[in-house]
Ligand binder design. Sequence first.
Ligand code: DQA
Length: 170
Amino acid sequence: MAEKVGQHKILVIHGPNLNMLGTREPEIYGHRTLEEINAALKAQADRLGLHMETFQSNHEGEIVDQIQQARDSFDGIIINPAAYTHTSIAIRDALSLLNIPLIEIHLSNTTKREAFRHTSLISDIVTARISGFGPQGYLLALEGLAQLLTKPERPALESQATEDSNHEKP
Ligand code: DQA
């Protein structure tokens, strides 16, 4: 694994069937392939000065292994567990081992879909969730994570509100 001292390191994990993006139910997930999404993410990571790696697996245990290995080597994780979102206590338990920001992402708006997709077994342990923006959501997640890592003590809106109220002072 490449070591980039001083740079925040982000791991993006894609769960099962996301390797089929582009041809998989494009009316729901869009036409972009996973390679295209990863390339856009890489360009955004470079712009933001982040070191980013991506991982995709169709296998629950491999995702668990990857999360465990990330424990000491990454500063933040963006994860779309795909169908495992709704079923995997093992992935939830692995994520619970980590003490870094975790962003849950879904291409589709899962709460607008079938009832079995309304439950996420990780939503109460992640830092933030993005759902329904399609591939663009990954870029939003990366930008949000970059903000969290560089200004963890002041979320953007809070600092914006403070700046606005400062302007109002005589
Ligand atoms: C998904 C939503 C899941 O319900 C589904 O099983 C997926 C993709 C999404 O990105 O919208 O595979 O996580």
